[in-house]
Write a protein that binds this ligand. Structure first.
Ligand SMILES: NC(=O)c1ccc[n+]([C@@H]2O[C@H](COP(=O)([O-])OP(=O)(O)OC[C@H]3O[C@@H](n4cnc5c(N)ncnc54)[C@H](OP(=O)(O)O)[C@@H]3O)[C@@H](O)[C@H]2O)c1
Length: 340
């Protein structure tokens, strides 16, 4: 009797708490976006420094069929890098390859199927890559999803966590030996994780990485971007400790006018597309920081790493430096992926 009286109240409390969690997460992200946009407007437009040719080098760029990734591929190919686009959409990927090859006749670009929402696809992609015995000098973990309705990857992970973070974790892990073999002292290989300033309001709860307690698409995106940063920083330290010629860094490309915003609530989407045309960075400007992070350390022979934004290395928020959180997330990820 008592139970049945309290049950509707419990349901109502849960619904209200979910509603407020979603609302708060959305407000936090939009306020952050507003602040970032203001800061971006006061910064000078980003220009890519002149980079020397990269002939003989090989790069993998995930999600390189459009947006920021496409511009990264285009520029690397122009510098002579052999670039492999890892992507889900074959038509889009092949169209990107065609466009780049039309623009630069000698470009060496190819598309290979990679779905980061499937661990099997990640394993298949790395297996085929390794069978070719190519070096790997640059890995750009760029592909990403934002504000998707609640959903799961093929392996049952929350979509933002699974695609933005865990899929890239596995990809990097499986390619690490090739990256190590391909780097040289003074000419390190690099792993660049394309994160976002949204990491600053992310939260990592090791006991609820799949957001089963509460789901907010806004929070899930921010959390996945923080996870990428923690991963990138921990990986860099491990590589430095082991003395390997590989650097790992994370990048915030800024607010860039791309299809990433397609899942915004329709009225917001309409306002965003207007504002974006005027005030957001172009994909090429977004790519500038990614390319600087990937190429500058190798060129300058410094030890690389860190967090890059606005075309240079910058400081970031304290949770990203928390070594316990970094190690905790690393260990849980290894368990979730069944590695070691
Ligand atoms: N745009 C911004 O303002 C902004 C700001 C901060 C950070 N970023 C980050 O920048 C990165 C690039 O985003 P963007 O702005 O260029 O967006 P975009 O144009 O939507 O590009 C995202 C790319 O990721 C690919 N992708 C999505 N799910 C995938 C999956 N399961 N497997 C393989 N590839 C997948 C997409 O391909 P398909 O969906 O066609 O498969 C697409 O090529 C993302 O990590 C994003 O979080 C962007």
């Amino acid at each position: 009797m008592g139970c049945s009286l309290w049950a509707p109240l419990d349901i109502l409390t849960t619904m209200l708490s979910n509603f407020f969690f979603c609302l708060l997460s959305a407000v936090k992200l939009y306020l952050l976006g507003f602040r970032v946009l203001l800061a971006q407007l006061s910064n000078k437009p980003l220009r890519l420094p002149v980079m020397p040719r990269q002939d003989g080098k090989v790069a993998i760029v995930t999600g390189g069929g459009r947006g920021i990734g496409y511009e990264v591929v285009r520029h690397l190919a122009r510098l002579g890098t052999h670039v492999i686009i890892g992507g889900r959409d074959e038509q889009e990927g092949l169209a990107a390859v065609r466009r780049i090859c039309e623009e630069h006749k000698e470009a060496k670009v190819e598309f290979r199927k990679l779905d980061l929402a499937s661990l099997q696809s990640v394993r298949q992609f790395t297996k085929s890559f390794k069978e070719r015995d190519l070096p790997l000098n640059i890995l750009i973990n760029n592909a990403g999803v934002m504000l998707l309705p609640e959903g799961r990857t093929d392996d049952g992970f929350e979509l933002h966590f699974g695609v933005n973070y865990l899929g890239h974790f596995l990809l990097t892990w499986l390619l690490l030996d090739t990256l190590k073999d391909s780097g040289k002292c003074g000419d390190n290989s690099s792993v660049v994780s394309v994160s976002s300033s949204a990491h600053g309001i992310g939260e990592i709860r090791l006991n609820d990485l799949n957001c089963r307690q509460h789901y907010s698409a806004h929070a899930a995106y921010c959390n996945s971007k923080l996870a990428q940063l923690l991963f990138s920083s921990h990986l860099h330290q491990e590589l430095q400790l082991g003395g390997f010629p590989v650097i790992s860094c994370a990048v915030d490309p800024g607010m860039v006018d791309t299809a990433l915003y397609h899942h915004l609530w329709t009225p917001l989407r309409m306002a965003q597309s207007l504002i974006a045309r005027l005030l957001f960075r172009t994909p090429a400007e977004g790519a500038a920081t990614v390319l600087s992070a990937a190429l500058s350390p190798a060129l300058n022979g410094d030890c690389g790493g860190g967090y890059w934004a606005n075309g240079r290395r910058e400081m970031t928020t304290p949770p990203s430096f928390n070594p316990q959180l970094q190690r905790g997330l690393w260990e849980v990820s290894i368990q979730l992926l069944g590695l070691q």
